[in-house]
Design a protein around this ligand. Structure first.
Ligand SMILES: [Zn+2]
Ligand SMILES: [Zn+2]
Length: 68
């Protein structure tokens, strides 16, 4: 599979990851890796675990999720 964003730009670059949000395949130039806090119920509340999970999104979805 090739990077979708590069495809839109008219180039062909092998994809290394898949956006978790839109499912588009993207190359290292077009991927955004974010820490995703993992919450665990503990007692009456939630505890954030020390080791966050990884969350890969394309730049489009990253922007969409972080717009104000
Ligand atoms: Zn790309
Ligand atoms: Zn996406």
């Amino acid at each position: 599979m090739n990077c979708y964003d590069c495809h839109l730009l008219g180039t062909t670059v092998p994809a290394v990851a898949v956006c978790r949000h839109c499912g588009g395949a993207v190359c290292p130039e077009h991927i955004k890796s974010n820490a995703d806090d993992v919450m665990r119920p503990e007692g009456m509340g939630l505890t954030t675990l020390n080791e966050p999970a990884r969350r890969l999104t394309c730049l489009i979805c990253h922007e969409a999720e972080h717009q104000t």
